[in-house]
Design a protein around this ligand. Structure first.
Ligand SMILES: Cc1cc2nc3c(=O)[nH]c(=O)nc-3n(C[C@H](O)[C@H](O)[C@H](O)COP(=O)(O)O)c2cc1C
Length: 365
């Protein structure tokens, strides 16, 4: 009996296995609106066998997108375009769908990775960015304007408005992006938050704005719809957030009504180096799960079925989020199920692929 392929219930959402496709920016939207590429990309992942697919970081404000090509949910056009894609994926696929709501903060106004991935230059239609403090992400990055309390109210309202749009589209789950150096993470980290007011200094103060956002979004997301957050397990920098801080963050988010956390790490500054060993966030996920008493998702260089199976079986996480492995093999979960002697949902058109195909009689026929 595979632990990875055992069911789980998060709030009112029942999932047949523990596999989650991690959010992945596609840089292929038009003023925030999903395109045919999203139909192909998410359609492919809808039948990957993962129980849940999380749509990429989706800007709650136009200025909160990372690049000109990033997805948004700040206009009626955005909502209509994403609804078209998600309705098709839900109708044709086996997976449930979640969305990651995000604000890029001081990492906004950047080039797509294949155009360089650094700050947009003068001729590339850059826009003004915001952050907790006027501190850049790296050399030659835009200096963000230090946010006023009015700015915070505006961004908080935008998260709520986007969450309402996501619910209207029919998303099964919502995840708030609080990692990878984007706005909410940049408030939490002492590396990027230099404020001397009520939103800076102590951990309690640095958490104040992200918790306000979490509580505000929770008021509009019904209890049966899981609301989670992707958090930072470590800034991997002297003076930055640590795994102990991640426990504090998770406990506070839990008290604010968050149902689960996905434990990621890194990217608070341009030159931060994230570890490269398999499962580098898993021990932090285990610590957060044990000490904060909240369901966790582990992510980061998990790519082998036995590795994922062991993480769930040993109680280091409740779910496994995987990004690159699902791009490399969009039927990764089918192959993992085969390796672990488990079954997985397949669309009826593909039902002839399955245990019968691998049986010795079929192999010799
Ligand atoms: C193409 C690509 C786009 C990504 N976009 C996002 C994103 O939108 N939001 C996010 O939280 N992480 C994003 N990530 C990070 C992944 O979700 C994941 O945390 C990271 O790749 C580590 O997992 P992996 O080793 O399974 O790829 C992205 C990664 C890739 C490869």
């Amino acid at each position: 009996m595979s632990a990875l392929f055992s069911p789980i219930k998060l709030a009112g959402l029942e999932l047949p296995n523990r596999l989650v496709v991690s959010p992945m920016c596609q840089y292929s939207a038009d003023d925030g609106s999903a395109s045919d590429w999203h139909m192909m990309h998410l359609g492919m992942l809808a039948n990957s066998g993962a129980a849940l697919v999380i749509v990429e970081a989706t800007g709650v404000e136009r200025r909160g997108r990372i690049t000109h090509g990033c997805l948004g949910l700040y206009s009626d056009d955005n909502e209509l375009a994403l609804a078209r894609v998600i309705q098709q994926c839900r109708r044709r696929g086996t997976a449930k769908f979640g969305i990651q709501l995000a604000h890029a903060g001081r990492k906004a106004s950047a080039q797509k990775p294949w155009d360089g991935g650094v700050a947009l230059t003068k001729g590339q239609d850059p826009w003004p960015t915001i952050g907790p403090s006027a501190v850049t992400y790296g050399e030659n990055w835009h200096t963000p304007a230090m946010m006023t309390e009015a700015d915070m109210t505006c961004v908080c309202d935008a998260f709520v408005s986007s969450a309402k749009r996501a619910l209207r589209i029919g998303f099964d789950e919502i995840e708030l992006h609080m990692s990878h150096g984007y706005l909410l993470h940049s408030f939490m980290s002492p590396i990027s938050n230099m404020r001397t007011d009520a939103f800076g200094g102590t951990m309690d103060n640095r958490l104040k704005f992200p918790l306000e956002v979490a509580r505000a979004v929770r008021t509009v997301v019904p209890k049966n719809v899981p609301l989670g957050a992707r958090i930072t397990g470590s800034d991997w920098r002297q003076g930055g957030l640590t795994p102990d801080d991640a426990v504090t963050i998770a406990k506070s988010l839990k008290a604010a009504g968050i149902d689960f956390v996905c434990v990621s790490s890194g990217a608070i500054t341009f030159d931060t180096r994230t570890p490269t060993e398999p499962g580098y966030n898993v021990a932090i996920s285990e610590k957060v799960r044990r000490e904060a008493g909240i369901p966790t998702r582990a992510v980061g260089l998990i790519f082998k079925p036995q590795q994922a199976e062991a993480i769930i079986a040993e109680g280091q996480a409740d779910q496994i989020a995987m990004a690159r492995a699902f791009l490399d093999d969009p039927h990764w979960a089918w192959h993992a199920a085969k390796a672990l002697g488990a079954e997985v949902l397949r669309p009826q058109q593909y039902l002839r692929v399955g245990p019968k195909l691998w049986a010795p009689a079929a192999a010799s026929a």
